[in-house]
Design a protein around this ligand. Sequence first.
Ligand code: SAH
Length: 218
Amino acid sequence: MRKFEDTYQHKGLRRQLVNVLKEKGITDEKVLDAINTIPRHYFLDSAFDKIAYEDRAFPIGADQTISQPYTVAYQTQLLQIRKLDKVLEIGTGSIYQATVLAELGAWVYTIERQKKLFEAQKGYYFKGKYPNIKFFYGDGFEGLPTYAPFDKIIITAAAPFVPPKLIAQLKTGGMMVIPVDEGDAQRMLRITKQADGSLLEESFEQFSFVPMLKGKNG
Ligand code: SAH
């Protein structure tokens, strides 16, 4: 059994990471506080213990990665999470992004298509602290029609297009943050469903994600 420890050194490195994120332009204090609170090294193999607070993506198995902290902070800031928001996440991965959303008080519904990563939630260290995360094994292109509509939707893999079924599962006034493919990189889009049903699309920086793939893998 791995022994998890959040030492003064880890806490210090985390504060430094928060400063790096501020320098890179993240301004939402609640998002920065959440990142300062959550021990990112718990979401990685112990081999990454010393480097877990570098602003980098790392492998988490099944050819997938935990997103770079800047990317997590950026997407979360764009989502403007409010307490009790019902949030759908596509791409559970390491559960780090879901934990940031849960720390902000959201009800998180997260879907993963890789069986191995989905199964890892059984050992999720913070199950007791964040009962507001629900885990699903499935294809994110389908969303979760049973639990729809959602206040917010976040896609944490490179989407080839904006999935229409996910737009349908967004509340009026709700927002989706999604990195959409542009060849080698993805453009971060924020799509707001307006009162008259039309979509407001805002375009932000470019990022690099692992691909959003169809179907389940298991
Ligand atoms: N949010 C994660 C990032 C993981 S990387 C974290 O905080 O660690 C993206 C994840 O999306 C991968 O785990 C990948 O398996 C998953 N994924 C890709 N396509 C998917 C789909 N169609 N449905 C659900 N998950 C998907």
